[in-house]
Ligand binder design. Sequence first.
Ligand code: PMP
Ligand code: GLN
Length: 387
Amino acid sequence: MVHPVFDNLPTTIFERMSGLARQHGAINLGQGFPDDQGPLPVREAAARALIEGSNQYPPMRGLPALRAAVAEHYGRTQDLTLDPETEITVTSGATEALAAAFLSLISPGDEVVLFQPLYDAYLPLVRRAGGVPRLVSLKPPHWRFDRERLEAAFSPRTRMVVLNSPLNPAGVVTPDEDLALLAEFCVRHDVVAVCDEVWEAVVFDGRRHRPLMTFPGMRERTVKIGSAGKLFGMTGWKVGFLCAAPPLTRALAAAHQFLTFTTPPNLQAGVAWGLEHHRAWFDEMPAALQRSRDRLTAGLRAAGYVVLESQGTYFLNVDLVASGIAENDVAFCERCVTDFGVAAIPVSAFFAEDAVTTVVRLCFAKTDATLDTAVQRLAAAREAMTA
Ligand code: PMP
Ligand code: GLN
């Protein structure tokens, strides 16, 4: 009755931890979403479009105004030249974009190279598309790959590689030299790179996001995925973008048309307005999140936690063993949410095999008061769980 990929597939860790947080009245530093409701002018633009604009089907590939705004945004911020007519498809969130990419570009038996920790949507979708996953494990504290591990993962049957940078949950940005190495493998093995760049705007300490698509030989073989939910910190706004050369875009759009066909027009209009008129946000938002990262980091360090470096995303990670905690990540998170009133995410949930079980992810996209209370509670949790 049920396809084996979805038979007994558990509910995502994010939904599960948010449920536990509600049940226990805990502070939710688990699922990644900001306390802040997002920029008011952008919400007002979407509200105006809802009342005054069309609420009928927009064009299948997305509102022309949004596709133009996305091309302009990536041109300005990432030195990309994208044709809004033939190289951009608007989707219902990055999740739909990922599904469209896997369904349209993977044939049964194709090998797909993925890095763990991996975002939990990837594997079921790749498998359902008939792909055979080849996993490369990244380890804390740097979460980097190297030539040897790529050599072991790529084969003559490799058709796709999936890269997520900045990386959820690790919070690291793939360094340029690693991107260049991966590009070399993609070209040599003639594979498509699906780049999940939803966190591209959330990078800290003066970093600038560098898309794999800009590396030599990659322009024609890369699918770049973005998310307005992450660009504007409104995670419920399911508006994503697929950017790829015209032959790839034709296949991606063919899948998109039968997944959702389109995306609510007022949200598309709001995103288009924001990209065009609310540009200061792209400096202010990461600066504010960097302050929150620093606040949570300082509080946790004072409480005895060893915090791994966060270079981007809404997340930082703590190393339980180095922090002197005897529990593994799942046990720690369960005790934290039930006994100490803080929800977090065990990083082992992002592994399919050989899991790292000693690292816990915390979301710092919260108010100072929330972070300070969470630190007090996490200090008590560490006291209780120290070996
Ligand atoms: N990819 C990654 C790495 C994510 O972290 C998320 C959501 N946080 C998504 C994809 C999904 O994005 P969307 O909400 O736009 O579907
Ligand atoms: N991407 C979000 C996170 O990492 C969660 C998305 C979801 O709940 N589906 O927390």
